[in-house]
Each structure stands twice: as structure tokens, then as C-alpha cells.
Ligand binder design. Structure first.
Ligand SMILES: C[S@@+](CC[C@H](N)C(=O)[O-])C[C@H]1O[C@@H](n2cnc3c(N)ncnc32)[C@H](O)[C@@H]1O
Length: 464
């Protein structure tokens, strides 16, 4: 995988750490970012990634290597660089991608960014262009706060303006400087992006974030647009209008790559499905016909009455974050139903589990993985968090897990991850963490340390 504009390698280092058999190259124009990325790679013992300090427009070809890449990633760069660097990104994808490789490029999207663009212009006019970045951020936040106070709620424009300005007052300074006060910030309609990449021998495949909340239209909206005669790109762009879409992360391939329409079912049969949905029914009724409501992320709810589906959701949720392949899931569902004295599931119902898993994946409630996670690790007597986890606990507020799910860490969890260094038992870790967090009651600390260890084990963040 090649990452263009990889910054300090935060994304690439975690990918390389968990995939030692793959080759990764990161390119960035900032010498200091690249030096930092190389330092961390050495610290966490990652040897399958190399970092190149070069401008996108003039990359050191020999350092990229002669081998093509299966994947090219470019996140958080395209909208923020001038036109010649944008062209260089597309050209690099074309020249570096393997014949059936995929590129993923993220960018600010229209029409949602039209409104953010207005906010940006307002802020750019209000700040001193010669002030240092943090001072510009301070001035921008002060101006946004003043606009919120003065905006009128009597008109929808005032409400939208105040909402957008509130986002400015709440965001991190670094984000504000990079997003709103950057010299370049160009947002694209999907169709314009597709036209541009076509000029570089690339074609649009799909959206990588189709299953995130901002990319999820209500099915009835899609149906209604379909009945208006809208299809394909026209439908997608009208959804962008309705969803106030501001960001896209588009997957591209070479124009010459062989493509075939797939509904994902074949791939799903080879993958592992993992999900967690909470059923609050008490008592929970597994039998066919009894409706139970399952709750997921972002307010998602699913009413299920089919016994096989309910059993599958309960089984998968109990294994999270590990998952099951569909074949094993079907066997386990049958075992669970029969074990509860219920009739074995009908073949049709077992078959339908694949379609249900796909729907849940589309709704952003299930993870589909080609590499299985495996069951929870069993901690050793003196557990040791792996090198990436210890590095991330030292420098940030989350851990990156193998499926690239980020796990938030509060102050106590960060101390605990660092104290799990292989030299202490769990009780000794509790004592070490207690010395750092004297004001937290000992019992609460002990509970938090144990649940941090559980999290490390469940997400395979322990060594050994
Ligand atoms: C917002 S950061 C994104 C970093 C990383 N992709 C991420 O998602 O965390 C944009 C990066 O693009 C790099 N960049 C901008 N213009 C570039 C150019 N012309 N050549 C190489 N790198 C460039 C910057 O140095 C910066 O590290």
C-alpha cells in the first residue's frame, strides 16, 4: 500500500504493525512528519514500512520502488492542495496502481461544503493573515462566537449559520487551521471528481464510507428518488443534496481494470461477520413470532421476530469483537435453537442470514472481515500490551485495533496500558495506576484496570 500525504504515519504505522507480511510506503512533503514516522516505526519495531520525504509533484521515484501497489490511499489531502498537486495525486494513482489495484481518495464534498465554504470565507476575512496559526485559530473562534450571539433564529439561515459557527468554536485548533484557514480548500461534486479522474485514466468504483451515518439515506428516500426517474450518479448527487453531504472517500481503479457488479453476497460467504446489538427484552423470547427489539449504534433499531435471526444476533453479539463466518454461524444458530427446545430453523431462514448480515453491514452496524479476529487472548500472569498500544497510550487518546477500529482511552486506561509492560501482575498494575490517580477511589480504579486488560485481550492488543 502507498499512502500519499501520510503525515506522521499515524494511519500507515498501525496498518503495517498488524500486517507484517505486506509492504507499505508513505510519502509526505514534510521532513519533520517523515522523521517522526521513521522514529515511531523504529520504536514499535515495524520493518515493513518505509517513509519517503518528497513532494507529490516530484516524488523520488526510486524510493517508491518499481513494484506497483495494490492500494493507494490519499486521505485529507486532495481538497487542500493546489491544482498541480491534485493532478499529481491522480497521476500517481494511475502510474503506481497494480492493474486491478484500488485507490481511495477523500475530499470535501459539495453541496454540503458550499455552506462550510461560506463559513471559511467569513473566518478568513476576520483573521489576521500574518498572525501565527494558533493566534489565527483564536481569532476565528472569537469571531464565530460573536456571530452565534448575533445570529437570528427567526430565519432558517440564522439557525444554519449558528450551527456551523458552533462547530468552529468546538473544534480543535489544529483542525480549524487546516480545514477553515488553509490557503486552498476545494470541494467537489461527485460528478466533477469522476470527470477529473477519468482524464487521468481512472474510474469510479464506489464510496468507501457508504455505511457511515452521513452516507446512509433512508431506503424510502431512495425509492422515492427512483420513482422520479433518478438513477445512478443523478440519484447519488441528489442524495448528497438531501443529506447535506460534506465529505466523501471515493474508491477508484484504473479505467482498464476488469469490473463486475457484485451484491457482496459471494464475498460475505468468505468473510467473518462481527457485530454487537443489544436486546433489552426481559425475558428475552427466542421463539419464532415474538418481536424483540435490538439496539445498535447511532440510534439504530431492529425489530426481529424470526427465531434464526434473533439467535444469530445474540450469538454474534456475545462474541464481539470476534466474529463468525456464515457457515459456522448457521451451525451455531441451529444448535442454540435446538438446545432451547425450539424447532430447528428452516433452510430458507438460515439462507436469509447472509442477506440480513449484508443489510446490517450496509447500515453500519456490522463489521465484515476477510481476516478473522479470533477469540479473546488469554492474559499472562504479567500481561504486556503490544508495542503499538503502548506507543499510542503514551502519545494519544485511543488505541488502533487490528480491524482498524479505534478504542478510546481515558486517563486511567492510558496509565493502565503503559503499566501493563510485562513486569507487573494485575494487582501490581492497580497499585501503579493508583499512585498516579490518587483522587480516584481504589475499587473504581481496580475495576477500570481490569476492564482495560479485558479490552486489550478482546482486541488482541497483548503480546505473547
Ligand atoms: C491533513 S494532513 C493528512 C495526513 C494523513 N493523511 C492523515 O490522514 O492523518 C495532509 C498532509 O499532506 C501533506 N502534503 C500536502 N501537500 C503535499 C505535497 N505537495 N507533497 C507531499 N505532501 C503534501 C502535508 O505535509 C500533510 O502531512
Amino acid at each position: 500500500m502507498l499512502e500519499l500525504g501520510c503525515g506522521d504515519g499515524a494511519n500507515l504505522l498501525a496498518l503495517a504493525f498488524y500486517a507484517p507480511g505486506c509492504r507499505f510506503v508513505g510519502l509526505d512533503g514534510s521532513e519533520s512528519h517523515i522523521a517522526q514516522a521513521r522514529r515511531v516505526a523504529a520504536e514499535i519495531g515495524v520493518h515493513n514500512v518505509s517513509f519517503v520525504a518528497a513532494d507529490l509533484r516530484d516524488p523520488a521515484e526510486e524510493q517508491l520502488g518499481a513494484e506497483p501497489f495494490d492500494y493507494v490511499l490519499c486521505h485529507g489531502v486532495l481538497s487542500w492542495v493546489p491544482a498541480d498537486a491534485q493532478r499529481a495525486i491522480f497521476e500517481r494513482c494511475r502510474t503506481s496502481l497494480a492493474p486491478d489495484g484500488l485507490a481511495c481518495i477523500s475530499y470535501n464534498a459539495l453541496p454540503g461544503w458550499r455552506v462550510r465554504g461560506l463559513v471559511r470565507e467569513v473566518l478568513m476575512r476576520a483573521v489576521d493573515p500574518d498572525a501565527p496559526p494558533l493566534e489565527r485559530a483564536r481569532q476565528a473562534k472569537a469571531h464565530a462566537a460573536a456571530i452565534i450571539t448575533l445570529s437570528t433564529e427567526a430565519h432558517p439561515y440564522g439557525l444554519l449559520l449558528a450551527r456551523e459557527m458552533r462547530l468552529v468554536t468546538q473544534c480543535r485548533d489544529a483542525y480549524l487551521v487546516h480545514e477553515y484557514l488553509a490557503p486552498h480548500n476545494e470541494a467537489f461534486w461527485l460528478r466533477d471528481l469522476i470527470d477529473r479522474v477519468r482524464g487521468h485514466g481512472l474510474a469510479y468504483v464506489a464510496e468507501s464510507s457508504f455505511n457511515r451515518p452521513d452516507g446512509q439515506p433512508v431506503p424510502t428516500t431512495i425509492e422515492a428518488l427512483g420513482s422520479l426517474g433518478l438513477a445512478s450518479l443523478a440519484l447519488e448527487e441528489t442524495l448528497d443534496v438531501l443529506l447535506y453531504r460534506q465529505f466523501r472517500s471515493s474508491v477508484l481503479c484504473r479505467e482498464s481494470a476488469a469490473r463486475h457488479a457484485s451484491h457482496g453476497r459471494d464475498m460475505l460467504e468468505r468473510a467473518e461477520v462481527a457485530l454487537v446489538l443489544e436486546a433489552r427484552g426481559d425475558p428475552f423470547r427466542l421463539e419464532d413470532g415474538a418481536i424483540e427489539t435490538f439496539h445498535g449504534q447511532h440510534g439504530f433499531q431492529l425489530d426481529a421476530s424470526d427465531a434464526a435471526l434473533k439467535a444469530a444476533l445474540v450469538l454474534l453479539s456475545s462474541r464481539w469483537p470476534a466474529g463468525l463466518d456464515l457457515e459456522t454461524l448457521r451451525v451455531e444458530v441451529e444448535r442454540l435453537l435446538v438446545g432451547h427446545g425450539l424447532p430447528p430453523p428452516r433452510l430458507d431462514d438460515l439462507d436469509d442470514l447472509g442477506a440480513c448480515a449484508l443489510e446490517l453491514y450496509r447500515a453500519g452496524q456490522a463489521d465484515v472481515r476477510l481476516t478473522p479476529m479470533g477469540p479473546s487472548q488469554v492474559p499472562e500472569e504479567r500481561p504486556r500490551a503490544h508495542a503499538l498500544a503502548r506507543h499510542e497510550a503514551r502519545t494519544g487518546k485511543w488505541l488502533t485495533s487490528k480491524p482498524h477500529v479505534t478504542l478510546p482511552l481515558d486517563a486511567v486506561a492510558r496509565s493502565a496500558v503503559l503499566a501493563f509492560d510485562g513486569s507487573r501482575t494485575v494487582d501490581e498494575v492497580v497499585d501503579a495506576v493508583a499512585r498516579e490517580h490518587e483522587s480516584t477511589p481504589h475499587d473504581a480504579l481496580a475495576g477500570q484496570v481490569r476492564s482495560t486488560l479485558q479490552m486489550l485481550a478482546r482486541w488482541h492488543c497483548l503480546e505473547g
